[in-house]
Ligand binder design. Structure first.
Ligand code: SF4
Ligand code: SF4
Ligand code: SF4
Length: 227
């Protein structure tokens, strides 16, 4: 067992279940992101281009060996909107927001949840994770889960290990047939991501919480307005 993991378990003993996650999340959210780095990765999901094919989900599962029953990314369908045959649906992406002020990182007692200073990616160090689930409770977006195979916290890492280290785009982005997903460096004005952000109005979820999420959405034209 990793020494930090052993040290944590020894120190906490049976008292761990009684600690309030809520009180830990009340701490000020630090700006832990990669402010010094030239790279700050983010993603955009264009709901108008998304056709709900789920190819992104399948690619993620295969590339990152995500077991059946859990997932790092979900495309949530709402609707139908309108009258037959003019019906339409809304597809929205549900996955880690890679928050710059990440509650999951703040509450993690072992440092297993951390922000990579080079890329701004919110990652999981499996060797340090003790499975306490504080991060799962603290995430306002409810996207973390315990991997039933590895028994540690899991979530989207922008394919940092499986794709980015090989110079490849995230698996979901490569699999998308309509280019609804755009991944790139927020600090690069010439990146496709920044150009898209400048050309289309976007929104982010739960920004009022101060988490500074880096998953952007282009709102669907259909679906949101119900008279
Ligand atoms: S979405 Fe949840 S898991 Fe992802 S960085 Fe934010 S708080 Fe952490
Ligand atoms: S970036 Fe990688 S880990 Fe994240 S949802 Fe896409 S395929 Fe899955
Ligand atoms: S692969 Fe692209 S079009 Fe298909 S569900 Fe995912 S984001 Fe939408």
């Amino acid at each position: 067992m990793d020494t930090s993991k052993r040290r944590f378990l020894k120190g906490c003993g049976g008292a761990i279940a009684g600690v309030s996650v809520y009180s830990m999340t009340r701490q000020p959210l630090a700006r832990d992101a990669a402010e010094e780095s030239e790279v700050k990765y983010a993603m955009l999901h264009d709901e108008n281009l998304c056709i709900g094919c789920n190819a992104c989900e399948d690619a993620c599962r295969e590339v990152n060996q995500v077991p059946i029953g859990v997932s790092r990314v979900d495309i949530v369908r709402t609707g139908p909107f309108g009258e037959y045959p003019e019906q339409s649906y809304r597809f929205s992406r549900h996955s880690c927001q890679h928050c710059e002020a990440a509650p999951c990182v703040k509450v993690c007692p072992t440092g297993a949840a951390y922000i990579d200073k080079e890329t701004g990616i919110v990652a999981v160090n499996e060797d340090r994770c003790v499975g306490c689930q504080y991060c799962i409770a603290a995430c306002p977006y409810q996207i973390r889960f315990i991997n039933p195979v590895t028994k540690v916290a899991d979530k989207c890492d922008f394919c940092q290990q499986s794709q980015l280290t090989r110079g490849l785009q995230p698996a979901c982005v490569l699999a998308c047939p309509t280019e609804a997903l755009v991944f790139g460096n927020l600090k690069d004005p010439n990146s496709a991501l920044v150009k898209t952000l400048k050309s289309k109005p976007t929104y982010r979820q739960k920004v009022d919480l101060g988490t500074r999420p880096k998953l952007f959405h282009v709102r669907t034209v259909d679906g949101e307005i119900v008279l």
